[in-house]
Design a protein around this ligand. Structure first.
Ligand code: GLU
Length: 416
């Protein structure tokens, strides 16, 4: 399958799992589509006094296992099909780590880099005014994703509480820690991937101490993967990149200096002592671990055969196409698939909700120990399933996750 439409890819991945699980035609048809979608426009007054109208979406893909859950992306290339795919992947993600939530996703077509702080706040509050009656802590719970931040979650929570007239912090997760966020949510996505990498290396007999890594994408997930890869696994990151391009230094790239450089210059490119490379070149470097941590469709039929990494930890959602999956599997590249590898974020989002509803907050080590237990268990469930079916880990993850969702749908009596 060579389509690059993320929703068609998500449906194709489900189709393969449905055939192996022998889902009934009705169940299969139900799981191929979102349960609900909201499309809306958000008028925002710009700093110059003019008005701009932004298009937004919120998709609730499936809530059989609990309230829909998933982030909100602010991106110029956002499309409804991307949001649909991401909401499907959230459904499989919450299921694979076995937390009592469904899957959803939101998006706004906008370029946050072109907005002032005031414009961003008005857009965020405008988004919440559109979705306030569609979401809720017992219906659908948003969170951060590409180009959305804890500060944006705080504005959205405040707008929601203002509309509802009471304290309701559990409506959204990924909030700043002083405003009912959870300790450990900031680095949770990367931390979950690091735990999975640790388990994969044990199975493969790879010593990660001093082994090399390349990270495509230097947002929340990529930055923390750099830091935690070093601190927890002893990885030496030799290449990093962002939307403007990448840098490579075979002697290693120091995390603190790279972060400072990115914050000061707006990009990792031209980092002192390193050589500029393209995002495409980064993916093909001869490293032990590759973390695609940016956007969809990065490893495709065109470049999959050139991937030299032994372990690919997918911190992004949807970075690998189905065609590439088959090539990587044939070549013995161990892929930790996206909705397993990056599930640490939503897992700690779930912990955040639990703490919000108890109104009692856990210490950091408790959050991290619970995250490790969830990720490690899910990792091995997926690995075993893939082995049992002699297939790649993505299909293994689908078999674990889709079965749980289908069981919940059937037990509710929606579709048998
Ligand atoms: N946006 C993140 C993801 O794709 C986190 C979602 C959440 O915490 O609800 O998993």
């Amino acid at each position: 399958m060579s389509s690059l439409n993320p929703f068609e890819i998500a449906q194709h991945q489900l189709d393969e799992a449905a055939a192996i699980l022998k889902l009934s035609p009705g169940m299969h048809a139900f799981l191929r589509q979102p349960m609900r979608e909201l499309h809306f426009s958000i008028p925002v007054q710009m700093d110059d006094g003019s008005y701009k109208v932004f298009q937004g979406f919120r998709v609730q893909y499936n809530d059989a296992r609990g309230p829909a859950k998933g982030g909100i992306r602010f991106h110029p290339d956002e499309t409804i099909d991307t949001v649909r795919a991401l909401s499907a992947w959230m459904t499989w993600k919450t299921s694979v780590v076995d937390i009592p939530l469904g899957g959803g996703k939101g998006g706004v077509i906008c370029d946050p880099k072109m907005l002032s702080e005031g414009e961003l706040e008005r857009l965020s509050r405008g988004f919440m005014r559109r979705v306030a009656h569609f979401i809720g802590e017992d219906k659908d719970v948003p969170a951060p994703d590409v180009y959305t931040t804890p500060q944006i979650m705080a504005w959205m929570m405040d707008e929601y509480e203002t509309i509802k007239g009471r304290h309701l912090p559990g409506v959204i997760t990924g909030k700043p820690v002083p405003l009912f966020g959870s300790l450990g949510r900031g680095d949770a996505t990367a931390r979950g991937a690091i735990y999975c990498t640790r388990e994969a290396a044990k199975l493969l007999g790879i010593d990660l101490k001093g082994a090399t890594a390349a990270i495509q994408g230097y947002g929340n997930a990529g930055q923390y993967a750099h830091q935690l890869g070093r601190d927890i696994l002893g990885l030496k990151t030799v290449a990093i990149s962002d939307s403007k391009g990448g840098v490579y230094n075979p002697d290693g790239i120091e995390y603190e200096k790279a972060l400072l450089w990115k914050n000061q210059t707006g990009s990792v490119i031209n980092f002192p002592g390193a050589q500029n490379i393209t995002n495409g070149e980064l993916l093909e470097l001869d490293v032990t671990v590759l973390y695609p941590s940016a956007l969809e469709n990065q490893i495709t039929g065109d470049n999959a055969a050139k991937i030299k990494a032994k372990i690919v930890g997918e911190l992004a959602n949807g970075p690998t196409t189905p065609e590439a999956d088959l090539i990587l599997f044939k070549n013995g590249v161990y892929v930790i698939p996206d909705f397993l590898c990056n599930a640490g974020g939503v897992t700690v989002s779930y912990f955040e909700q639990v703490q919000n509803s108890y109104n009692f907050y856990w210490p950091l080590d408790e959050v991290q120990a619970r995250l490790d237990a969830k990720m490690t268990k899910a990792f091995h469930a997926v690995h075993e399933m893939a082995l049992a079916h002699k297939t790649h880990n993505r299909l293994g993850a689908y078999l674990v996750a889709v079965k749980r969702v289908a069981d919940a749908v059937a037990t509710r009596g929606w579709v048998k």
